[in-house]
Design a protein around this ligand. Structure first.
Ligand code: FSX
Ligand code: SF4
Ligand code: F3S
Length: 391
């Protein structure tokens, strides 16, 4: 499906310079229908996305109405120091169809990775869109910004990423930092940081930036923050680091399906051990789930199929600031902060079974499992809402 989409996307962007203004006149719903999708597809997408962004069922009609009636917001998507894994993640989820229902529908006027146009044509498309939509476009940024030696270590069309970012940020309505590179600097900023890489909020300091970290982030999280913005016209509630709380408010550990084993003090002793296969906790193999805030254990990846821990690999904390320098990836954490007075997983494991702290933790885990179930149900049953919200 992705390949087919990219083919059509490439065809579309070959004429993008001439058609972008006309395309932007369409609502999301109109664009979805024009692309050959049914109203059922559209409602299913709206239902699942509303669940992802934590909206109760009663607010679904608000999401549907926004997508049906609002004109598509032009998007400029910049790439700087990064691996393009964030774009890959975004286009590789086919449910709830972000590639088809959002990537195309957001009126993506410029993304040098996906658009067929290149060189001067691509730059002209971007300049035209930024000029026509000044003050009204969303800027998405993947990648960190090198500052050493006047920024020469990342140049596009002869200009440094510092210049390009400042220019595209000037007319942006909102800025999304997709991926840990643009949010925190990522691998480029890892010690010894040879190019002086910084996250984008060290270059753009006069506008709010919503951080969507992860290396890469989950596709549905990226989609969700965009839809939230479209629906409510404002950024979702952010935590102190600028991340949307709805996706980054809980630790991986809080919803991990191996958590009962953690609480019972049952840990896998080695990779590929029988215990690891049986679901024992990966804490002693270096899992950073207890100190990592992300939605992986709730939403999972690839249409809710799996996530690193479910595939037998400890979480390496890819959505946390400075994760490359936060210690060896597969070495046991020596302490787990923000969990009452306990300092180690072993003591938490013992205490959690019989104390008030334990009860609170179990409640939190149960709530998150509840949310996970809710999401899975919305995958399957989203269409049933159709009768309630059609016309
Ligand atoms: Fe960084 Fe995104 Fe990691 Fe890669 O572009 S967050 S290196 S997955 O791709 O920025
Ligand atoms: Fe899951 Fe890791 Fe927490 Fe164990 S330590 S319960 S594997 S998140
Ligand atoms: Fe990253 Fe950990 Fe999720 S490594 S993908 S935050 S499970």
């Amino acid at each position: 499906m992705t390949v087919i989409f990219l083919y059509f996307y490439a065809l579309k962007t070959q004429t993008n310079v001439h058609t972008m203004s006309k395309d932007s006149e369409l609502t999301y719903y109109e664009a979805v229908r024009n692309a050959g999708f049914s109203r059922r597809d559209f409602l299913k997408f709206a239902t699942v996305t509303a669940a992802f962004i934590g909206l109760p069922g009663t607010m679904l009609s608000q999401v549907v109405k926004a997508l049906e009636t609002k004109k598509r917001i032009p998007v400029i998507w910049e790439h700087f120091q990064e691996c393009t894994g964030c774009s890959e993640s975004f286009i590789r989820s086919d449910h709830p169809l972000p590639a088809n229902l959002i990537l195309d529908q957001i009126s993506l006027d410029y993304t040098d990775t996906l658009m067929a146009a290149s060189g001067h044509n691509a730059e002209a498309a971007k300049q035209q869109s930024m000029k026509e939509n000044y003050g009204n476009y969303i800027l998405i940024v993947e990648g960190a910004i090198p500052t050493k030696d006047d920024g020469v270590y990342c140049t596009i069309a002869g200009r440094t990423s510092i210049d390009i970012l400042k220019e595209s940020a000037a007319g942006a309505l909102a800025i999304f930092a997709f991926g840990s590179c643009s949010a925190y600097g990522g691998i480029q900023a890892a010690s010894p940081n040879p190019t002086g890489s910084v996250p984008i909020d060290q270059i753009i300091t006069d506008k709010p930036i919503i951080k969507v970290p992860g290396c890469p982030p989950i596709a549905e999280v990226m989609t969700g923050v965009i839809v939230h913005y479209l629906t409510f016209g404002k950024l979702p509630e952010l935590d102190s680091q600028g991340r949307p709380k709805v996706f980054y408010g809980k630790r991986i550990h809080d919803s991990c399906y191996r958590r009962p084993y953690f609480d019972a003090g049952l840990y896998a002793p080695a990779f590929d051990s029988q215990e690891a296969k049986d679901g024992h906790c990966l804490y002693k193999l270096g899992c950073r789930g207890p100190v990592t805030y992300n939605s992986c254990s709730t939403m999972e990846w690839n249409n809710g199929t799996s996530f690193p821990i479910k595939s037998g690999n400890p979480c390496i904390g890819c959505s946390e600031a400075g994760f490359w320098d936060n210690g060896p990836f597969v070495e046991r954490l020596t302490n787990i902060p923000e969990f009452g007075v306990e300092s180690t997983a072993d003591t938490i494991g013992k205490i959690v079974l019989g104390t008030a702290v334990g009860a609170a933790a179990i409640h939190a885990v149960a709530s998150n499992f509840g949310k996970k179930k809710e999401l899975q149900e919305s995958y399957c049953q989203g269409v049933k809402n159709e009768e309630q919200i059609v016309e």
